[in-house]
Design a protein around this ligand. Structure first.
Ligand code: DX5
Ligand code: ZN
Length: 217
């Protein structure tokens, strides 16, 4: 598995979701941000919209749940056909059980860490995951500035994965752009969410290709 670029539709025209997703042919996945106005101070969309979108796109869906009580809701997103389901460890009551439930539904299980959440306490849990998401902004909004203070954690996560032979993907999300993607790749990330960088570009498809080239450099 090489570099993967995953556009986030948060900054797309949400009234035309299916066609916005269809504009980007070179993406590997589509990243869908689910926010509940409790875990983060913003509200986006939920299961019914994700189910419809899953039916209208061939791209696999990478759903990022920024919600309270993911233990209750995350398995339903896997059942709805999302290829990857990410929950936040800060909100999960039983992350190991939850990761296993997501896998049992046939999806990739992924766990996210907010900028202030360290990775070391979760060292023994990495083997339960198909992806670890390191947030590089405080979750809740697109278009925020990349937090350089998260880079050592990306490096540390890569070290811990290598130490345990864990083949999970290492994703970064927040402020990823042509200016910041190289730093993330150099630190060990291999999967990149890009929202405003892609959807504010004149040619989103070309931006995906440019981001990929920068990360591979
Ligand atoms: C933020 C979301 C991100 C967001 C990224 O909480 O999780 O996926 O869409 O947007 P940019 O790339 O603009 O920071
Ligand atoms: Zn996200």
């Amino acid at each position: 598995m090489g570099i993967q670029i995953t556009p986030s539709i948060l900054n797309a025209d949400l009234s035309a979701l299916a066609s916005e997703v269809g504009r980007i042919r070179s993406a590997d996945w589509v990243h869908v941000d689910v926010m509940d106005n409790h875990f983060v101070p913003n509200l986006t969309l939920g299961l019914p919209v994700v189910e419809s979108l899953a039916r209208s796109t061939d791209l696999p869906m990478d759903v990022h749940l920024m919600i309270e009580d993911p233990d209750r809701w995350a398995p339903a997103y896997a059942e709805a056909g999302c290829g990857s389901v990410t929950f936040h460890v800060e909100a999960a009551a039983a992350p190991v059980r939850l990761a296993r439930e997501i896998r049992a539904q046939g999806a990739r299980a992924s766990m996210a860490l907010k900028p202030a959440t360290p990775v070391d306490p979760y060292e023994d849990l990495l083997a339960e995951l198909d992806m670890l998401l390191i947030m590089t902004v405080e979750p809740g909004f697109g278009g925020q500035k990349f937090l350089d203070l998260c880079l050592p954690k990306i490096r540390r996560a890569r070290e811990l994965m290598d130490k345990h032979g864990v083949e999970a993907w290492l994703q970064v999300d927040g402020g990823v752009s042509l200016e910041t993607i190289e730093r993330c790749a150099e630190a060990g990330a291999d999967t990149f969410v890009a929202g405003s960088a892609v959807y504010s570009a004149d040619d989103p498809d070309a931006m995906v290709a440019d981001l990929r080239a920068r990360a591979e450099a």
